[in-house]
Design a protein around this ligand. Structure first.
Ligand code: NAI
Ligand code: MG
Length: 394
């Protein structure tokens, strides 16, 4: 009898490659789980006009726990062009299945840890005044609100009259009134108090549980007075219950600068959806890039874990595959933490730590090689070899 059932959604491109590797690691690490496969991604958009088919939604509803690889997304017009001819012109509109999944299953906490592994040649370094180089250890965890803000999807090009009329009630809209409607595109940034409170509270709880000294709100309340303003206000309120943790509020643009200077000073972050997306990529770049960037989308009832990278289609067909499976494997370790399998999660993280520290097996990205079929002969490990090295440590 298996303890868990995990819906595996490989998706497109390298999602298909790395998810397989993560399952190998979970099994070897001793997770007692069944894996059921779910369709998701571009293929199903083209064939069915729906990148997140109902049957996959049903699986997540049933099992509540998912591992997701990556999908290919294309802009509106390009998406329409690739639709099966029989479906064209029937009103199908492409949407990002992961963004939809977050909204549909209320996966409102998007948690993205960025931790440096000792020995990773891609780690951030800086130079002392005397020329010596230091490599600070980075341990930042970004709590990104996952369901609302700029990614809520409330947007229009050529907005309907009733929308324009509402905007006209705002005095700042005056300067846009002379622009033709078809030349206006509007994306909203909707932030609600309850969701804001929840993500901030979870960020503080996490900081408390794991001994972080600070929670930083990365917003822009001096300009985005309403939405960022609400974030800052609620953070101040909630921080009163966590006297031992410092609350810092630093503008998102300033943070993007500070993280290139002293990323080691920061601990937990909390911000809106789009800002969190940007901030987490920024931090990912300091600890190895997309090959190391893991994430969890966590709601009260459901959770889906995924690497933050995309489908990297140009590497999909390489045989052997060269992409780094660590981001996906770390994401599956996050899944283990989430379900309380802490020991298994630690085993996986320690195995990765050892492999990286040893430095004998490195994928092309870790060697700073151009990606492509020649990477292997230049000394890069294949995707499978990297996984094998991790399995060996387990
Ligand atoms: P990407 O993340 O797929 O790839 C960008 C580059 O990062 C790659 O060319 C490669 O050099 C590197 N990279 C990514 N994953 C890697 C790994 N595991 N190991 C080593 N190197 C890795 O982003 P890109 O090229 O902008 O988008 C490709 C497609 O993926 C697009 O259709 C995009 O919409 C989609 N996408 C999907 C995401 C998701 O499923 N959550 C997230 C980001 C992009
Ligand atoms: Mg991103």
């Amino acid at each position: 009898m298996k303890n868990y059932t995990i819906v595996t959604m490989p998706g497109d491109g390298i999602g298909k490659i790395v998810l397989k590797e993560a399952v190998r690691v979970l099994e070897k690490a001793g997770l007692k789980a069944d894996f059921v496969y779910g369709d998701i991604g571009w293929e199903f958009w083209c064939k069915e006009g729906n990148p997140l088919p109902e049957r996959t939604i049903k699986l997540i509803e049933k099992y509540k726990l998912g591992l997701f690889g990556a999908i290919t997304s294309k802009p509106k017009k390009a998406a329409e062009e690739e639709l099966d001819p029989q479906l064209k012109g029937k009103g199908y509109v492409y949407f990002s299945p992961i963004v939809s999944m977050r909204q549909m299953f209320e996966l409102d906490l998007c948690v993205r840890p960025s931790r440096s592994f000792e020995g990773n040649p891609l780690n951030f370094v800086k130079r002392n005044p005397d020329g010596t180089v230091i490599e600070p250890s980075i341990d930042a965890v970004i709590f990104r609100q996952g369901t609302e803000g700029s990614y809520a999807g409330v947007e229009w090009t050529n907005p309907p009259d009733e929308v324009i009329n509402v905007f006209k009630t705002h005095k700042k809209f005056k300067s846009f009134e002379k622009v033709k409607k078809e030349d206006i595109a509007i994306s909203t940034r909707i932030v609600t108090r309850e969701a804001t409170r929840r993500v901030i509270k979870e960020a503080f709880e996490y900081a408390k549980k794991f001994g972080y000294k600070s929670v930083t709100v990365a917003e822009k309340p001096n300009v985005l007075r309403e939405t960022s303003g609400m974030f800052e206000e609620e953070a101040k309120n909630i921080s009163k219950d966590y006297r031992e943790i410092a609350l810092w509020s630093v503008n998102i643009d300033a943070i993007m600068m500070w993280l290139t200077k002293n990323p080691e000073d920061y601990g937990v972050f909390v911000c809106e959806n789009l800002f969190g997306d940007i901030l987490s990529d920024g931090f990912a770049g300091l600890v190895g890039g997309l090959g190391f960037a893991c994430s969890g989308n966590i709601g009260k009832e459901y959770a889906v874990f995924e690497p933050t990278h995309g489908s990297a289609p140009k590497y999909e067909k390489l045989n052997p595959s060269i992409v780094n499976p660590i981001a996906m494997i770390l994401s599956s370790a996050m899944l283990c933490d989430h379900i309380g399998e802490i020991e298994i999660a630690n085993k996986i993280k320690n195995a990765i730590k050892e492999v990286v520290k040893e430095g004998k097996v490195r994928t092309y990205d870790m060697l700073r090689l151009p990606g492509g079929p020649n990477a292997i002969e230049q000394g890069a490990a294949s995707t499978q070899e990297m996984t094998d090295a991790i399995l060996e440590k387990l």
